[in-house]
Design a protein around this ligand. Sequence first.
Ligand code: KIV
Length: 278
Amino acid sequence: MNSERVTTAYFRQAKKEGRPLTMLTAYDYPMAKLVDAAGIDGILVGDSLGNVVLGYSSTIPVTMDDMVHHIKAVTRGVSRAMVVGDMPFLSYHLSVEESLRNAGRIIQEGGAQAVKLEGGQEVAQTVKALVAAGIPVMGHLGLTPQSVHQMGGYKVQGKDEAAARKLLADAKALEEAGVFAIVLECVPTALAKMVTEMLEVPTIGIGAGPYCSGQILVTHDLLGMYGGAGPKFVKRYANIHEDIMKALVAYREEVQNGTFPGPEHSFHMPEEVLARLC
Ligand code: KIV
């Protein structure tokens, strides 16, 4: 694997050559280091931070300060992957000027190489302005969690003709506005394939089937951090919830029954020094 920094040109070239792109989320330094070392092409510091790390029930309470704080931790741990910072709820809707200021913080303070924002034709002008300022933008269509109240829940999108046509038009509008890639979340496989074939820029799927140009998952989901049944589109590659619980309970039991710390975890002093103290 080449250790050169992944760029937007790398994303474009991968799609051209039919090489699947890999992306995962990270929100802190240790996970970012692991994801980067695993050779993943892109790391999204998603506003899923709200659900996964901060304990909120949606992404809506996540602030710009939350995002910048976590993006800084991630970028300190990454040397190859492209780091994409999510723009949180209402950080790119009030005015183009405010959107530029917020995207600028993600790049300048956070050290990310790109930003991601949700929406189609309604955010195209904003995307144009960010791209014109030299900020690479990743789009996000389909299930857009910041609009959960408008969508009436976390549901598959684009299933009827009108919704599918709107998603196709939104994807075209984002490409024309200058995005370098588009996340497609929870859309039917056939529609994601159509979008991918229609666009020059790569699509990154999550719950969008195998025909996207790449895939992304929330890292904590694929590692099985929270136990229980996750969303249908997640494949569990590990069960760290169980491993962590086993370790924590073993520690508690060993402290309570006196087997930890043992002599191998303790410091010793010369017997004669000890004798002089007594
Ligand atoms: O915030 C996030 O983690 C995301 C991914 C699910 C694509 O937007």
